[in-house]
Design a protein around this ligand. Structure first.
Ligand code: F6R
Length: 619
């Protein structure tokens, strides 16, 4: 049983409209909202009352599509649209959606795994114009539709029963410009309920400003949507009484709020986003934390002996960071953090009395989801640490804690990292409390967590301007080494990933202690080194390691909370904070600013780095 609400999202974007207004307007504005998920091509089709279709597609950004639309304005009252991030077939106009087969048009998110064998059968009846698996699905549906001999929904259902893979689809037919058929399996679809109009989107953010009410389709459901009616069924034709829910996202949350880029906005809103993560979960008077979502009894918590944390990229780093903390205060427990894409194919034994934390901002990451399913098969309790409300992972875990950071639009994850790490530390604290760890041991952690939003605000204010200057200086480098030890090690792993993905700098993270075992050979003028030097028992050792790098001509940027740094390095960023335990997390914010400003200085597309998509729903 999942404790989450329904609704979720996906890499490419789908939109649809049927109603009293003209469709093109909503479709294009909806696609713009979804563009950040995937952006190599886009297209829309609308159908007029006289059964003629206008199909417009363009390679590249939505702006290209918009230009083409300006020359093809239509008043049509129904249409579907898509923004694509290539999986099968190169990015091109012909591979862009919607795909046509006979009288029908289809947009599709996901992957049809058995498309090759399906295509072989369909070659006799359909002339393929693209290389996509999605066109195969369009042709398959059309083969059952027989140009209108059968109801469209029946054809869709028949086709989907033959499909292996994942899909969120919207289908229209020129023969019936009054209905859209939508279906989902493993790829989200939301139906917006309007007045005299119904809207479709793969993510509720596209609906904001149009309606506040939505139905989130579940896997295995299909719906026939008209302007005044939404009929949901399972693929086995059982009617579903779909629940209309309130859309939680608001418009200002998905706009840039005065910042030039979403990445900077999202870095800067961390005092608020972390406050949302902590809301109602920290009791300072008692010195305790309370997470409702995991749904584990005190007895179950007491029994936990092993924690396995699963995630990809930034989510994995957040897990690794949390594991260092959890080990510090939770007795008789082992914590193992694993990369989902690796773990899913390992034959790893999960010991008895384990709990798995499944970490994902989007809640849709294919590898993480696959691990969740594998782990569940072994009878292990799964707890989601998820941001996207109602996402697939959120639905499938046994319980969970939403991080509640709001929409994260920049492809590079920033605010989610901080909240994921803290949410997992709080989960560890919950176990420690149940195991009877002395309140005196846990209180310092809880007090620092409570202070963290304010401390984050202070650090951002203090370092924002200096980081821009420092970033300008280091923007010329193509290589970087990030160094840290203990808690600062997973922190620099995350810092290096950020610089790599947005600024395209070959940045790699090493544990200070590993330097002598190889990486020290790299030091030369092509590299700069970013060193985290938090106050603590290993500070002196880290300083000696920096000395070693300096002695070999390193170009060091040091980030520290020590009032005085006993080192002569090229650049120093000092943070002033009351936090001791969680100071490295504050340093990560500084590294986020650094990556942002280096990228901005290079003039790269900060929010949409090349080759990446926000939500990786393919393996
Ligand atoms: C990096 C980044 C990615 C994601 C990873 C997992 O900035 O955003 O590394 O962290 O793709 O995504 P989620 O958390 O959505 O599962």
């Amino acid at each position: 049983m999942s404790l989450y609400l329904s609704g979720d999202y996906k890499m490419c974007g789908i939109v649809g409209y049927v109603g009293k207004g003209e469709a093109q307007g909503f479709l294009i504005s909806g696609l713009k909202r979804l563009e950040y998920r995937g952006y190599d091509s886009a297209g829309i089709v609308t159908i007029a009352d006289d059964n003629t279709a206008t199909l417009i597609r363009a390679e590249g950004k939505i702006a290209n599509l918009e230009k083409k639309l300006a020359a093809n304005k239509r008043e049509d009252k129904i249409g579907i649209g898509h923004t694509r991030w290539a999986t099968h077939g190169e990015p091109s106009e012909r591979n862009a959606h919607p795909h046509q087969a006979g009288k029908i048009y289809l947009v599709h998110n996901g992957i049809i795994e058995n498309y090759k064998e399906l295509k072989e059968h369909l070659l006799k009846v359909h002339e393929f114009k693209s290389e996509t698996d999605s066109e195969v699905l369009a042709a398959l549906i059309n083969s059952f539709y027989e140009d209108g001999k059968y109801p469209l929904v029946n054809a869709v259902v028949q086709a989907l029963k033959l499909v292996k893979g994942t899909y969120g689809i919207a289908v229209v037919s020129t023969l019936n410009p009054e209905e859209i058929v939508v279906a989902r399996s493993g790829s989200p679809l939301v139906i917006g309920v309007g007045h005299g109009e119904t809207l479709i989107a793969s993510d509720a953010s596209a609906l904001v400003g149009h309606t506040k009410r939505a139905i989130y389709l579940n896997d295995g459901e299909v719906a026939v949507v008209t302007k005044n009616n939404i009929a949901v069924k399972t693929l086995n034709a059982e009617p579903v009484s779909a629940k209309v829910e309130e859309i939680e996202t608001n418009l200002s949350a998905i706009q840039k709020g005065g910042y030039e880029h979403f990445m900077l906005k999202e870095i800067m809103e961390q005092p608020e986003s972390l406050t949302e993560t902590l809301r109602g979960r920290v009791n300072l008077e008692e010195g305790t934390v309370h997470l409702g979502g995991p749904g584990l009894s005190e007895q179950e918590l007491r029994k936990v002996k092993h924690l396995i944390i699963v995630g990809c990229g930034t989510a994995y780093h957040a897990g690794l960071l949390a594991s260092y903390y959890i080990e510090q205060f939770t007795p008789e427990i082992t914590v193992e953090t694993v990369i989902a894409s690796e773990y899913r194919y390992r034959s790893a034994y999960i010991p008895e009395d384990s709990v798995a934390l499944i970490v994902s901002q989007s809640g849709e990451t294919a590898d993480t989801l696959a691990c969740l399913r594998e782990i569940k098969k072994q009878g292990v309790k799964t707890i989601g640490i998820v941001n996207a409300i109602g996402s697939t992972i959120a639905r499938e875990v046994d319980g969970g804690t939403y991080v509640h950071v709001g929409p994260e639009i920049s492809v590079a994850s920033t605010k989610a990292f901080t909240s994921q790490a803290i949410a997992m530390v709080m989960f560890g604290l919950t176990i420690a409390q149940a195991k009877g760890v002395k309140p005196g041991v846990l209180r310092p952690y809880i007090e620092e967590i409570a202070k963290m939003p304010n401390e984050i605000a202070k650090v951002l204010k203090e370092t924002n301007k200096p980081m821009k200057k420092i970033a300008d200086k280091y923007a010329k480098y193509e290589h970087a080494i990030y160094l840290g030890r203990d808690i600062a090690y997973p922190t620099v792993m995350e810092g290096a990933l950020k610089l790599k993905e947005v600024a395209y700098v070959d940045a790699n993270a090493y544990a200070f202690g590993e330097l002598k075992h190889g990486p020290l050979a790299l030091i030369d003028d092509r590299f700069f080194e970013l060193a985290l030097l938090p106050e603590g028992p290993l500070y002196d050792k880290a300083v000696s390691n920096v000395q070693e790098v300096l002695a070999r001509g390193g170009h060091i940027v040091a980030i520290t909370n020590m009032p005085k740094l006993d080192l002569k390095v090229e650049s120093v960023v000092k943070i002033t904070t009351d936090l001791k335990i969680f100071a490295p997390i504050l340093m990560n914010l500084v590294m986020q600013l650094f990556a942002y400003y280096v990228t901005a200085a290079k003039g790269y597309n900060v929010d949409q780095p090349r080759n990446l998509a926000k939500s990786v729903t393919v393996e």
